[in-house]
Design a protein. Sequence first.
Length: 710
Amino acid sequence: MKKSELEKLLEEMTLSEKVEQLVQLHGGFFGNIDIYTGPVVDFKMTPEQPYRTGSILGEHGAAHLKELQDKIMEKQSHHIPALFMADVIHGYKTAFPVPIAIGSSFNPELAEKITSAAAKEASAAGVHVAFSPMVDLVRDSRWGRCMESTGEDPWLNARMAESQVKGFQGENFGENGKMASCIKHFAAYGAVQSGRDYNVTELSEHTLFEDYLVSYRAAVKAGVSMVMTAFNTIDRKPCTTNKRLLRDILREDMGFDGVVISDYGAVSESITHGSSENHRDAAKKAMEAGCDIDMMSECYLQNLESLVNDGELSESLIDEAVMRILVLKNKLGLFENPYKDASEEDEKKYCFCDEHKKLSREAAEETIVLLKNDGLLPLNEKQKIAVVGSLADSSEITGSWALFVDKSQTVTMKNAIEELYPNADVTFIPFDEITEKMLSDVKTADVVILALGEDQSQTGESFSKADISLSKVHSELFNAVYDVNKNVITVLFGGRPLAVPELAKKTNSLIEAWLPGSCGCYALADILFGKVNPSGRLSMSMPYCVGQLPISYSAFSTGRPKPKMDGFCPYVSNYMDVPNVPLYPFGYGLSYSEVEYSAVSLDKNILSKNDKITASVTLENKSNIAVKEAVQLYIRDIKGSVVRPMRELKGLQKISLEAGEKRTVDFEITEAMLRFYDADMNYVSENGDFTLWIGHDSMTENCADFRLEK
Ligand code: GLC
């Protein structure tokens, strides 16, 4: 449709029709629902009314959605097609590693391939919009949704966000195999107080803008189509009714002109937050704040029309919101083809196809993180190996948002080892109970692999934990095994960094496998047996204990920084009982090879406004196997008009080095990279001294100094 035709359509619509376009319901209102993604709610509607709403949540399947679209268009007086939206978070039928793992690949291009594959599957199943990527920065693993995030760093999250949006949308999401992307949850949902889901946040303006908004800004710049509001408050105002957040920051400052949708029931939740009087008040506040679609609440449906008719709400706000939705439908080509890519044939062709299974496996090769290896890895097929723990044969490892995945198709760690290494002498003991039989099998093994941590039921929405240590059962299992055999390799599954300091001291080797997806355990098996050289890097710090949370490498000096020393130091900023730094830091991960970094060299030490500094290091792969290395650039602004973090990730190059290969890697440093929000919230750089590091992880000491003189 042309814009003029959209405008004509809007003019012809009644106020009631317009309001119905601003409502999103799940399949339960259409007589069938196989997936709930929020509390069960019900509200008064005529049997026909659901078919007149503008968008549907969570429904999927080509045949089903074509039939549903026919009914909807038939019952719409202007036959306006509905939008079908679903949580395609890290895959549709093929589950890729969960986002915290995708972040650990330190490979934005991989992230783009993953969402491109997901879009191919989901669009063939008739879905138009993915509620993905979730771009919330997170530094507190008590929060169960850290599983959905690409981690603790603003810069890495921004690269991952823009890449994932591009994978979903391509250059034109109206094309076959592409879909609209909806980022979430705007904003700063990862900062919920005490890591408890749905809680309030208490953030300074600087922290909001410097840390939490960076990934959203990058996604908007990348052309994301929709933004979902968050459940939490910012500055004691629920995000969904927060006008400054949605209109001043998202639309004015960031330039977003797409559709804003509330999270599930979040419009009405402004009542339980205590900032709206009732559904009518909540509807008024949310519409004035700039929330276009009310997902799964009756506020808009039951109140917007009377608010306009009573002169309490301008119809122009309704018209703006409806037009944004009509424009999105038009960009998807729904007025010409209401089914878009829905095709039973393509569903069969793309869903869980060999190409996507292969990508799921290759992705896990880059997301699994080797944290410790005192020599037991890699294994060989002559060793007598015992694999212990229920997670070794669990298919609950695809993530709690793998809503559409057929779990029977998930490859477990046991399946993968048996299939890929049939000649290996492996005894599987896939349970967590400590028995004499188990201990005697373990005792006689050359090596024991323990599969511990959390399955997908332990992380995800609302699954917050105040204690992030290993479960009692798994701690006891580890100690019982370790007592009879010191040659232990521990594989941690899960969607959050756990606090495992005691285990990390004792285990010979430690692997963070995250929740590796449909075929990720093939990668795990290949890493265990050395066919794949691990290259994952932590996207989120692993703390010593929950008491360190929230934690990030990008910390501040404070007025009394702790000197470089072990143990407690009085009258400086430190703990009596644990270090300030995490057990394993952001960006950390080992390989089976050793990569040596040369000292950093700069082509100049003074940077002027329109110039650049080239910072170089030469890497050498000192081993006889190829390796993938995530070369990281960090920068520190030594003094600013506000305090500045001791280092911030500002560049990344993931390279492959053949055995013995030497390669020089260059980073260009520009004035723009040094900008921050100054004391008056102006986004500027300030003259002065800087230090940069180029190294293997966020603790690297490989540095050089330079000055900015604009
Ligand atoms: C849930 C989640 C959100 C999801 C939405 C729709 O409550 O917070 O991430 O997209 O509802 O399922």
